[in-house]
Design a protein. Structure first.
Length: 144
């Protein structure tokens, strides 16, 4: 049996999206970005880690969870595959971070991600720099 839950988050790009970070990518509820945020690809998000629906949260906090995230912007799509963890706290009020490593903190929503900010195609990043709206479709699956 496969248990599954999903959430849709909306955010937008910003002129300062650089997406050069090699080990993470992030979206945030904050409504502005500085040049220091090299992992942040979306701002003004509709939720942070602690606001994810309870059915999504419960599946994410499982070492066997598979996470598929689809980023969509101006007709382009980027697929991200990652894992969940029983160590997740999902308690950060503004941020959601996908990590290439297994590091966990309150902002972490995915570990062992196959995509980081630096790996996102540059035409997608250019659209974000123009401020396009981005949809983040977040799906968690656990096989029992």
């Amino acid at each position: 049996m496969i248990r599954e839950a999903s959430a849709r988050i909306r955010c937008r790009g910003d002129r300062f999206v650089s997406a050069t970070h090699a080990s993470t990518l992030e979206i945030t509820r904050h409504d502005e970005l500085t040049l220091n945020g090299d992992c942040i690809i979306g701002i003004d998000a509709t939720c942070g880690a602690r606001d994810l629906p309870e059915n999504v949260r419960s599946l994410l906090c499982n070492d066997d969870a598979s996470i598929q995230t689809i980023l969509s912007c101006e007709g382009m799509k980027v697929e991200i595959n990652a894992r969940g963890s029983s160590a997740f706290t999902l308690d950060h009020p503004t941020d959601m971070v996908w990590r290439r490593s297994g590091y966990v903190c309150g902002r972490t929503v995915a570990i062992y991600s196959d995509t980081t900010a630096r790996n996102i195609p540059r035409n997608f990043i250019e659209a974000l720099r123009k401020g396009c709206t981005m949809t983040v479709d977040f799906r968690v699956m656990v096989r029992d």
